[in-house]
Design a protein around this ligand. Sequence first.
Ligand code: BTN
Length: 248
Amino acid sequence: MAEFIGNTIIKLAQVDSTNNYATAHMTINNWSEGTVVITEEQFKGRGQINNSWESEAGKNILLSIVLQPEFLPVQHQFLISKVVAISVWETLSLLVNCVAIKWPNDIYVDQQKIAGILIENAIMGSTLFSSVVGIGLNVNQLIFKSDAPNPVSLAQLLKVETDRDQLLSKLLEFMNKWYSKLKNGSIDEINRTYENYLFRKGEEADYKDATGIYRGVVLGVNEIGQLLIQPLNDEVRSYHFKEVEFLF
Ligand code: BTN
């Protein structure tokens, strides 16, 4: 299949948020699937659940990719998160060790967050109409000022700057590879790979949910993307986003 993610790249010096820009322009301007918006600076970068996303101007990768996964039933939408997280994992793993996907789609190196993903889906009937995939990747920033928990960048880990254009082309390459697999129906491979890269999978650690703090083991995720944790002394528990906290 021909590569198409990144065939059109819209470069902006600054913008409120690449996700906002893509959402506002993709329909009226009839953008083709795979169009990427990238910027040097966001003045209202958005994270999950109304958090902001900190990024020093000119230092990092801030982009949104427009997808039209019309083939994907709504109940399988977590597969988009999986292919994006896998692509970011594989990109970063070219440069550093100990990369992991912290459920649902934060990218960690050891115990620190190096990239965040914000996916905003529009649904039509029983399938997905569009998906705006926002990715923030900490590349050359050395100081983080916000109270975001444990951020880290490639420059902090590698002690040298990384060429952002090269990193971007690798990221788009992996996105093409994994989104094509999704289109081709290689679901088992996507599920297996996501679970292989999953943070704390099979390890004992502490968690906090509505019932309190407990020790358990991450088993994986179910079909609808819920996290499954086996408490040491209880039945398996399943969680939607924000229903469980990983304790460090
Ligand atoms: C998170 O909270 O972990 C998700 C962060 C996502 C940040 C990226 S940066 C590019 C895109 N535009 C935004 O406003 N947010 C996403």
